[in-house]
Write a protein that binds this ligand. Structure first.
Ligand code: BTN
Length: 321
């Protein structure tokens, strides 16, 4: 979408009808230009309605990221973060990885990711206004070899943030999927750079389904869920982002001091497959079955198998029916 299309979307963010004529006047362009820009916006997945005689409307309105709002919700934690907000970018993780000179605490929140990336090389699908997609760059004094369990620690921070909004039935699927009973709510993609013995830079990318329009649901090739299905009053994206950042700062400090071991018990409290019969799909295509018995001090999944309790650091967990 071109910058003018984004300007138009801001004008339409109240969710009310605006005539093509008014929009054109506001931007000093022709009605045909408004039509073309908004057509390109709807091709990017924006839910736009056009009714003859009434004009254009952004279905459900749009609450853009707002730096002041986010900082207000961050409160005393605000100085720990350097916020960047982008309209449209391929992937916030890719962007921050490209800029390792950035200070620790840099956050890139993106309205529309056009090539969001998930774990294991999968795509991450989200549309404008239905998702929270952001990445946080964090520097650690320790090396890459001391970061095991970090992705699970991030899951603990996410659960603490969700608790603030009374998200019913949310849990963690190993290693760090955020799940509701009927599908995946969000995911975490952690990518690290640095030396084995330190220091290291980590980019923590988090994607959350705030709502789930059919168009996005169809793209996701697994059962998906959204926050508005499990929260009595789902938070706005600015408030949700701030809550996640506050909890991340606390958890990452804790992780720096004591590693994952100090957070393991909290992770296990939220383990969606605790004591359940599961299988682990390994990258080489084999499967291991067992009972999920929590995680190790460094974040490996503990499975009680017929051969005894084993620990795994890779694999995709599924529920045995
Ligand atoms: C997963 O596969 O579960 C991880 C999904 C992570 C998605 C987020 S959205 C923000 C950040 N940018 C990306 O390209 N991916 C992560």
């Amino acid at each position: 979408m071109n910058p003018r299309a984004w300007q138009l979307l801001h004008l339409l963010s109240d969710g009310d009808f605006h005539s093509g004529e008014d929009l054109a006047r506001e931007l000093g362009v022709s009605r045909a230009t408004v039509f073309n820009d908004l057509t390109s916006a709807s091709e990017s997945g924006v839910q736009l309605q056009r009714i003859r005689g009434r004009g254009y409307r952004l279905h459900g309105g749009w609450q853009p990221y707002d730096r002041k709002e986010i900082e207000r919700f961050l409160g005393s934690a605000a100085p720990r973060f350097a916020l960047e907000i982008a309209h449209q970018i391929a992937s916030s993780n890719t962007e921050l990885l490209r800029r390792p000179e950035l200070i620790s605490g840099t956050v890139l929140a993106v309205e529309l990711q056009t090539a969001g990336r998930g774990r294991l090389g999968r795509p991450w699908h989200s549309g404008l206004n239905n998702a929270l997609t952001f990445s946080l760059l964090w520097r650690f004094d320790c090396g890459l070899n001391a970061l095991s369990g970090l992705s699970l620690a991030v899951g603990v921070a996410v659960m603490r943030a969700l608790k603030r909004f009374d998200a019913k039935g949310a849990g963690l699927k190993w290693p760090n999927d955020i799940v509701a009973p009927h599908g995946k709510l969000g995911g975490v993609l952690i990518e690290a750079q640095g030396d084995m013995y330190g220091p290291s830079i980590v980019v923590i990318g988090i994607g959350f389904n705030c709502s789930l329009p059919a168009r996005i649901d169809e793209l996701i090739n697994q059962p998906a869920a959204a926050l508005d299905q499990i929260c009595a009053k789902s938070p706005g994206r600015n408030e949700l982002l701030a809550a996640l950042l506050c909890e991340l700062a606390l958890v990452l400090d804790e992780f720096s001091r004591n590693g994952f071991a100090a957070l393991k018990e909290q992770w296990e409290e939220h383990h969606a497959h605790r004591d359940a019969q599961v299988f682990l799909q390994m990258p080489d295509g084999t499967q291991v079955s067992g009972i999920a018995r929590g995680v190790s001090d460094s974040g490996e999944l503990r499975l009680e198998t017929e051969q005894g309790t084993r620990q795994y650091h890779v694999g995709e967990v599924g529920l045995r029916s």
